[in-house]
Design a protein around this ligand. Structure first.
Ligand SMILES: Cc1cc2nc3c(=O)[nH]c(=O)nc-3n(C[C@H](O)[C@H](O)[C@H](O)COP(=O)(O)OP(=O)(O)OC[C@H]3O[C@@H](n4cnc5c(N)ncnc54)[C@H](O)[C@@H]3O)c2cc1C
Length: 419
């Protein structure tokens, strides 16, 4: 069934599919094994910052992304009273060589999946194969699988195995059996999409309010969805809550659990309660992450994306860091061959880099801008922003995050391609 030289990729999410495309670009054969019987375009909005967009552009996917996503023009921060706090250009509008995309996760996933099927062949993504463990010896790995009905499937030999199986990674559990469940950050999220006319620049990513009383992230993810110029707007409501919601990406949420926090958010640029009420579906999910691991690579197996470094979604870097892992790993295999040397080189660089992102997402992500203003103003209206905080302080928060996450404009431009 399978050549023993293949790279075995476990999980066909954003990271796994990017890895497959990148390995193909490097001339390295691989096969992707996915648990669900059929891949569907699931989720809601995701932001791809220029460092991640660069990688997809280098895979030749820019035209496909331009067709389905929105090129973000600016990041704008408001208080819960609708007072402007900070505004900064994004993507190519900020002088980057690569865009920032606001995109439906399902659209991004579909772009990647279509490219994998077209470039590598449809048989390279094998669905209905839930990985249940990996054995290894000096020659290679043997990955074991279960079918959706729980029955055992034939095991598969490969050169190395990469666990890109998301936040509930089976491979991570095998490598770290004593690790606890994902760590709740104390914030629950409700997410949804609604059709609405463009607001602000028509491509603005808005963050508003603060977690104590209620914070919102709002941005368009599809243009002209109805032939009349309306967009699909993604929103996320985030509120401190003692109890986490269940960790299920498709769990429905209830309006009454969070809408009261935003009932007065009628701004001249957007009526937030009306937007929320007009949404088709509302999903609920807790903000969780895991303490960074000391090591992902163990001989011929390693981890990638959420399996390696789940992070709280406060910096638009979950999908982005998975994409960068994939590109770096494929580059290492191209240079060092498919084996332990490449997996060790990947571990040496990416564990350290993503540890800093995970920890900064907990403590000082970009929305720290809102925390500073909320705490210093006591959450009240202010007359003059400059009495509370200086623009230089806010810019420093934004710039620090860019440096940590790897999209400082000058550093990104200077960095050579991974492949
Ligand atoms: C259904 C779904 C909806 C999501 N919706 C959003 C969203 O709306 N917004 C957001 O910011 N993030 C969302 N995410 C998470 C987001 O995709 C990731 O945080 C990020 O893109 C990192 O990607 P990843 O490839 O590491 O993980 P994921 O994209 O989560 O992909 C992991 C893949 O592995 C598969 N898998 C799991 N266990 C096994 C196993 N044992 N064997 C084989 N395959 C396995 C999963 O089915 C999935 O396809 C969603 C994830 C999923 C799976």
């Amino acid at each position: 069934m399978n050549s023993s030289n293949d790279v075995i990729v476990l999980g066909a999410g954003i990271g796994g599919l990017t890895l497959a495309l990148s390995l193909h670009q490097a001339g390295i054969p691989c096969r992707v094994y996915e648990a669900v019987p059929e891949l569907k375009p699931l989720g809601v909005g995701i932001n791809l910052l220029p460092h991640a967009a660069r990688e997809l552009c280098e895979l030749g996917l820019q035209p496909a992304l331009d067709k389905v996503g929105v090129r973000t023009k600016e990041a704008v921060f408001f208080t819960s009273h609708g007072q402007l706090v900070f505004r900064e250009a994004s993507g190519t509008d900020a002088g980057y060589d690569w865009p920032q995309y606001s995109i439906h996760r399902g659209d991004l996933h579909a772009v990647l999946l279509e490219a994998v099927r077209k470039r590598l062949g449809a048989d390279r993504v094998v669905c209905g194969h839930r990985n249940v463990g990996v054995d290894q010896d000096e020659q290679g790995v043997l990955a074991h699988f279960a079918a959706p009905d729980g029955s055992t499937l034939e095991s598969v030999r490969g050169a190395v195995a990469i666990g890109s199986d998301g936040i509930h990674s089976v491979l991570r559990k095998q490598l770290y059996p004593n690790e606890g469940a994902p760590r709740y950050s104390g914030v629950n999220m409700w997410r949804g999409t609604a059709v609405h006319k463009p607001f602000l620049s028509g491509a603005s990513m808005v963050r508003a309010g603060w977690l104590d009383l209620g914070k919102m992230v709002i941005y368009p993810i599809r243009d002209n969805v109805d032939g009349q110029g309306n967009q699909l707007i993604n929103w996320v409501a985030e509120i401190h809550a003692p109890q986490p919601a269940l960790q299920d990406w498709s769990r429905p949420g209830r309006l009454e659990d969070f809408l009261p926090a935003f009932k007065d958010w009628h701004f001249d640029w957007l009526d937030v309660p009306a937007l929320i009420r007009s949404s088709d579906t509302i999903l609920e999910y807790p903000m969780v992450d895991q303490d960074p691991l000391p090591r992902w690579t163990h001989g011929r197996v390693t981890l990638l994306g959420d399996a390696a470094h789940p992070m709280v979604p406060r910096g638009s870097n979950g999908a982005g860091q998975a994409i960068i892992d994939a590109r770096y790993l494929a580059g290492a295999m191209k240079e060092l061959g498919v084996g332990t040397a490449a997996l060790d080189a990947y571990d040496a660089v990416r564990v350290k880099a993503t540890t800093e992102v995970v920890l900064t997402n907990r403590s000082n992500p970009p929305d720290t801008i809102l925390r500073e203003v909320f705490e210093r103003s006591g959450g009240k209206r202010f007359d003059r922003l400059e009495d509370i905080v200086t623009m230089a302080e806010l810019q420093a928060i934004s710039d620090n995050y860019k440096r940590v996450a790897g999209y400082d404009p000058a550093a990104l431009k200077a960095r050579p391609s991974f492949l």
